[in-house]
Design a protein around this ligand. Structure first.
Ligand SMILES: [Ca+2]
Length: 509
């Protein structure tokens, strides 16, 4: 609303200016026109929109906007949705941090690059290494490029990309995540034996969100925006790490979700895997749910995911509010995305790494001054791969030739119901594909086995229709959308074990 009022005022001011000019002498008019033309050209260059790029890790559709779980509380994302457009049928290019983010940052499909899993190297992959990565793209187009927190996959950023394309990075160009050292705990963490990367729990009551690595990233982003020292046009990326495991958050967020009120996922069914080909387990084995159930930790783990999501929502609210209070509010595009979904028990899984809806569906929201209409949604199938070409289009910067495999979403921003014959593709590993149309999900694995779900009647993908002859034509149509090129697995990079500050997470004395 505010954005609209402000742009109307701008137009009115311009009109008054024109009227004054028409009343001057011819000579003065010519001089003025020359000045106006020159200043207009300068203004056009200056007026390239800024980009606020907010990334969230492992956030599935348990949000108010995507309605994947009524227990979720995300009022700030809901407020953001009211300002722009939410894509409700958006999916990742890959259901893992590394390949998903490599695809976002390059605009290249995993099946084209061979960057399929977290261990796939980025810089030792010639296709990706020779591509213009998104920060580099903005740098080359005269933007000031700053970033903080998790934007690339951690290994890629800290050990490979090392700040490439960024003028400035927080905390540094070799460390994307702020320190976990401010986190202390009173109680023993539930899966202590597994180590922090797979754990969860509330922090010591003295710990506030400002001590949390994500709070630190959000404070950095807010200070950047409010400090007034960014050079326009700028690209500011803020990467929030939660609700990625370990799900640590201040106690107040756990208090918002009393354990006795926690419900198990609506999409869970004990016999759900009975009609699913075995290939899914080969693609990525995941034993966590079994362990979580055995130790009676299912509801506490769900509570922790909801708590961390609520914290992230607060931080999104903080960053967006900082933008709105900044001098850049009227000329900044906001794009918010999560890198893939997460299963909290559905289909026997705790984690991502699958081609089902729970792992592929993501949050994708945009606020684009003078382009998006407040409070709109689009159900057309879109992909995170579309972010790069869309940003190029919205900023008027020419995208690198032959690199973009996603689509420009501007058409849907202007008309959310515009004709859109595209499907959305998720790739995980060599020749494993999940394809989402407006109605169906089709999955095909490297061994040729298949799944097909009708979302019109089966939102939890309980009934595999792949063997039902009535759907032969649907399958045939979906298959036409699959990639024709299947790049072999790229170079593997085995990074050093991350330091989670494990010793620092012991009980506070
Ligand atoms: Ca992730």
């Amino acid at each position: 609303m505010g954005i609209k009022i402000r742009s109307k005022m701008k137009i009115k001011k311009k009109r008054i200016k024109m009227k004054t000019k028409s009343q001057t002498t011819t000579l003065v008019l010519s001089v003025l026109l020359f000045c106006v033309t020159a200043s207009h050209a300068a203004e056009q260059t200056k007026q390239k929109p800024n980009v606020l790029f907010i990334a969230v890790d492992d956030m599935n559709d348990w949000t108010d906007t995507l309605k994947g779980n009524p227990q979720a509380k995300t009022p700030h994302m809901e407020a953001l949705a009211a300002k722009g457009i939410t894509f409700t049928n958006a999916h990742c290019a890959a259901p893992a941090c590394g390949p998903s983010r490599s695809a976002i940052m390059s605009g290249i499909l995993p099946s084209t690059s061979g960057n399929y899993v977290n261990k796939s190297s980025l810089i030792h992959n010639p296709i990706l290494n020779e591509s213009v990565l998104l920060p580099e793209f903005f740098q080359q187009n005269g933007y000031q490029v700053v970033g903080g927190g998790k934007l690339f996959h951690g290994y890629h950023f800290n050990h490979e990309v090392r700040g490439r394309g960024f003028d400035e990075y927080f905390p540094s160009k070799t460390q994307d995540l702020p320190s976990f050292e401010g986190l202390k705990f009173t109680s023993k963490l539930p899966l202590g034996g597994w180590g922090p990367p797979a754990d969860w729990g509330p922090c010591h009551p003295d710990v506030t969100v400002d001590d949390h690595p994500d709070g630190i990233t959000a404070n950095w982003a807010s200070e950047k925006l409010l400090g007034g020292k960014l050079e326009e046009p700028f690209f500011l990326g803020a990467g929030i790490f939660q609700p990625h495991l370990p799900n640590y958050a201040p106690q107040e967020y756990f208090d918002r979700f009393p354990l006795e009120e926690i419900k198990l996922p609506e999409g869970f069914r004990e016999d759900d895997l009975d009609d699913v080909p075995a290939a899914h387990a080969k693609m990525a084995h995941n034993p966590w749910l079994k362990r979580i159930r055995q130790t009676g930790q299912w509801k506490p783990a769900i509570q922790a995911y909801l708590a961390c999501t609520a914290m992230v929502d607060d931080l999104i609210g903080q960053i967006v509010e900082a933008l709105e209070e900044s001098p850049y509010a009227d000329n900044t595009i906001i794009v918010l995305w999560s890198d893939h979904g997460f299963q909290l028990g559905e289909k026997g899984r705790w984690g991502k790494y699958s081609l089902w809806e729970r792992a592929t569906r993501v949050n994708l929201m945009w606020v684009v001054p003078d382009v998006t209409t407040p409070g709109t949604t689009s159900e057309r199938p879109v992909n995170l791969l579309d972010i790069y070409p869309t940003l190029a289009s919205l900023t008027g910067c020419e995208p690198p030739k032959g690199q973009m495999e996603g689509k420009d979403l501007t058409t849907l921003m202007k008309n959310p119901e515009a004709e859109w014959d595209k499907t959305s593709l998720t790739v995980f590993g060599y020749k494993n594909y999940g394809l989402r149309s407006e109605r169906y999900r089709y999955i095909t694995y490297a061994d040729g086995t298949e799944e097909l779900y009708d979302h019109k009647s089966d939102r939890w993908e309980w009934q595999n229709l792949a063997d039902n002859p009535e759907y032969a034509e649907v399958k045939q149509e979906m298959r036409k959308e699959l990639p024709t090129h299947h790049e072999p697995n790229g170079v593997t990079y085995v990074p050093p074990k991350p330091n989670w500050g494990q010793k620092k997470t012991k009980a506070k004395k």
